[in-house]
Design a protein around this ligand. Structure first.
Ligand SMILES: [Zn+2]
Ligand SMILES: [Zn+2]
Length: 326
């Protein structure tokens, strides 16, 4: 347990609550998750060298990979990020369940873990305690390289665990969410087996099922992990800054499509509770478009949008935006 971490008042009970935990058992779980869902998927790409003829993707396999990226990617950006972390819109329980399920099928941790980590990132962005800042690893070229590797993948091997009683207290009252979080591994398994099952429907052979499992499951997990991590690394290192926010967040248009709009990260840090990260017509934010379509269909409501004041608009670059609290 980390004793140097300050404690905070827990509210009515007056019992101090630790903000993060550091425990050998939690670190072992983190290392296991890192090995199973980061190291193995990445290394399994090497199987393509000896088994290319067996694993060569067909139209169905590529479609499963793209559909898997799109759906689980939406689960992360619209579900875990914009809805559960920042509450940038309201929705019904079935839609919230769907987003939580898709987010966990991306294998980026349970809903509580992801929301806790991300709220801590906003609280301490690029300062000591930020779980995945690329700016805390020394200066110069090698400091940046070390920071990049940490933000892209290294931090997942072991980090402080955000205390749900502090960071995710608002969601702990939702018993249905507590229940499905306990079954995280079932969602992980579903994300691996559903593409294998769909591939079987198109071609009922073992080879087809294995190809669906490989491309729609394993390769998709590796791709989505690195796309999500690119926000932590690239979008705090390179790109443009429209708003002079307190941390080093950037906008990086080249990643707009793969990240489904997340790469307008400087816009997001400036207006954290906004459901849209796009502030210009050319900033394509597929997550925001999805929310807009769902709003038109009556599936989501009370959608929050950025409120840019005139002085902010006139001097975007020089005036610091005053971000609403997450
Ligand atoms: Zn950030
Ligand atoms: Zn955020």
């Amino acid at each position: 347990m980390n004793n140097s971490e300050p404690v905070v008042d827990s509210g009515r009970s007056k019992t101090p609550v630790r903000k993060v935990f550091r425990h050998r058992y939690i670190q072992r779980l983190q290392r296991r998750h890192f090995f199973l869902f980061d190291v193995i998927p990445l290394c399994s790409l090497l199987l393509l060298i000896p088994f290319w003829d067996y694993l060569r993707p067909g139209f169905v396999d590529i479609s499963l990979l793209v559909a898997g990226w799109f759906l689980t990617g939406l689960g992360v950006t619209v579900g875990l990020h914009r809805y559960f972390t920042h509450k940038s819109f309201k929705t019904s329980k079935p839609v919230a369940f769907l987003f939580a399920a898709l987010g966990m099928m991306a294998v980026v941790g349970t809903t509580y873990w992801w929301v806790g980590i991300h709220r801590r990132h906003h609280e301490l962005s690029d300062q000591e305690g930020d779980p995945h800042s690329p700016h805390l690893h020394g200066s110069g070229f090698w400091g940046s390289v070390k920071g990049f590797v940490h933000a892209q993948i290294g931090w997942l091997a072991g980090h402080d665990y955000p205390n749900p009683n502090h960071y995710v207290k608002d969601w702990l009252r939702e018993h249905w969410l507590v229940r499905i979080n306990r079954h995280y591994m079932l969602f992980v398994l579903a994300g691996l087996l559903i593409p294998a099952g769909i591939a079987l429907i198109f071609e009922p052979t073992l080879q087809s099922a294995l190809r669906g499992f490989f491309w729609g499951g394993i390769v998709r997990i590796a791709a989505v992990h690195h796309i999500v991590s690119a926000i932590n690394s690239f979008c705090h290192l390179v790109g443009t800054r429209r708003f002079n926010t307190a941390e080093h967040s950037t906008n990086l248009s080249i990643l707009a499509i793969p990240t489904l709009g997340e790469s307008f990260h400087n816009n997001h840090h400036a207006f954290q509770t906004s459901a849209t990260f796009s502030h210009r017509w050319w900033e394509v934010d597929i997550g925001a478009i999805t929310i807009r379509v769902m709003e038109a269909l009556g599936l989501v409501w009370n959608v929050r949008r950025p409120h840019i004041t005139r002085p902010q608009k006139a001097a975007e670059k020089s005036a610091a935006a005053t971000p609403p609290k997450p």
